[in-house]
Design a protein around this ligand. Sequence first.
Ligand code: NAP
Ligand code: GFB
Length: 596
Amino acid sequence: MRVSVKSLTLGIGSYLGILGGGYYWALSQREAAAKKALAEKAEDAAGKPKRFSETDRLAIFGEGASKYDKEIGTDEIVMGLNLLRWWLLRQARGKILEVAGGTGRNLDYFPKGANLTIIDLCDRMMAETERKLRKSRRGDVLFGKMDVSQMSFPDRTFDTVCDTFGLCSFEDPKVALQEMERVCKDDGQILLLEHGRSTYDWLNEILDKNSHRHTARWGCVWNRDIESLCHDAGLEVTSISRWHFGTTYMIHAKPGRREADRRKGPVTTGKHAQDMSKNNKKVVLITGGTGLVGKGIEDFISSDPIAQESESYVFLSSKDGDLRDKAQTYAIFEKHRPAYVVHLAALVGGLFRNMAQKVEFYRENMLINDNVMEACKDFKVEKLVSCLSTCIFPDKTTYPIDETMIHNGPPHASNEGYAYAKRMLDVMSRCYKEEYGCNFTSIIPTNIYGPHDNFNIQDGHVIPGLVHKCYLAEQAGTDFTIWGSGKPLRQFIYSRDLAELIIWTMREYHSADPLILSVGEEDEVSIGTLAETVAKAMEFKGNVVFDTSKADGQYKKTASNLKLRSLRPDFRFTSIEEGLEKTCAWFKENYATARK
Ligand code: NAP
Ligand code: GFB
């Protein structure tokens, strides 16, 4: 059958017409659905523009992180924004900080080998940056999670502080600008590429009317007056250029004169036992300074003449900076420039928490330890003392255990995550010493107890667990339950004793080989005996019962303290009875505020 060209064209034409029509119909349906979904996100139940909190907006950034680059890539090219990024960031020099680094869209615009630190508050955006960095093998970039409105970098740290399309995302852009100014050197520069209000009122009306929809879609606020913000924050704007009906701002600024006074104020975060800028005292940084051992050290140095005379202590908590994060770790070192570091910070817990969270105990402690050791090397600290634990020793071994036996076999299964992370502290102390001549060493305490311990019954160690349970049993007139059979054996060192030995190690012990800090084998007690001593110290008169359905964990980890004794034959340990008396008294007095 012959088909005329006309009917063929007609046929193909109507087929394409139907296809195209169908496609556009589907597209319009999809767009209508997207519009409806956006409207639902952008308006509250009454159809009024929704007010987005910082958490809301961070969630929107997170949701869009993995597809962000793809979604805005074309727009940026069409608008020439990538050219503006290049133009702005090629001016970056010296020590550079990028705030609101997002997905790392500026990485390629910074000079190769630049001393670059990138921060952002959105984990998932940072994950994109990390992916790009790994791909680009750029090892010269520090990046991490940090809130621009309260950065833990010291004043006047960076030569260049830059931000692209961040001011629209910050909860309080003025505070963010003031913080950017605070961490910028007096002769430094602040480079900004932002979007905000236009120079045309008609366009600003559109921006204002649709601002909530834009936030619902992208998480940021597109109608802020960027120029006024810079002025209000006290920046000295040296040049400003605007594009796209004035909605895109490229700003070159520097720290404003006005702010100089504000910048003279106190700069401290983290608890300073003594003002570190006076008297040229050696700065001693205690990571994990707010924990059981950290508090012991704080107590010891408060009456130690050498500490009073020549050392200045900084007791850190995780609020001063998350040591799992490299940027935050370096910010702390940048700020305090320590001569000595006592590294106590760790994810710590008793038998039951260790058994339940082996992965976290491994990963968190590996991250913390790696950042602290590398920072100690880079900031050339004179001495680092890291803290291991006798539970890291091999489970199947001969007794007593000594310092040479750490790596002679696997640790007890109940705490293998924690144990292997801690073993690496010993390995790396020796490697840093060998390769970089670092004066790193480590101490190995047995189970520690004392005031300020973690008395959480599920997560804590046996002594705080027993003290807390005995307290509750006394209150309620119920039985005092000991978990397990009560047969395992343990050596316990009182936190104040350990504190004194740690500071002595910091000052006097200079080998990379680890040192066990423990009471003698003769002071080892069974959990059952320990429970009786706790009951006595708590004046508990009720029944003591054993819940054998609970795990005993490692039967024993008897450690020798001969090496310590050979170095400190004079040292007198607090007896377990005396130590428990003090711990129970402290717990009763501080029940309301104790960690539990
Ligand atoms: P702790 O009471 O639990 O205190 C832990 C400290 O580390 C706190 O100051 C905590 O800060 C800080 N920290 C935790 N995670 C952090 C992070 N991501 N970034 C920054 N700081 C963080 O511990 P402890 O009993 O004093 O233990 C001190 C050291 O002794 C640890 O290395 C531990 O492994 C070791 N050790 C303990 C025992 C024992 O029986 N307790 C036995 C042997 C060895 P926040 O206060 O802000 O949470
Ligand atoms: O102190 P603890 O939790 O840890 O438990 P480990 C010691 C022993 O006390 C175990 C028994 O035999 C428990 O069965 N026990 C009895 C209790 N009652 C309780 C109670 O109420 N709470 C607790 N927690 N235990 C840890 C390691 O091993 O030693 C850590 O897992 C760390 O990583 C720490 O190294 C020092 O001594 O068994």
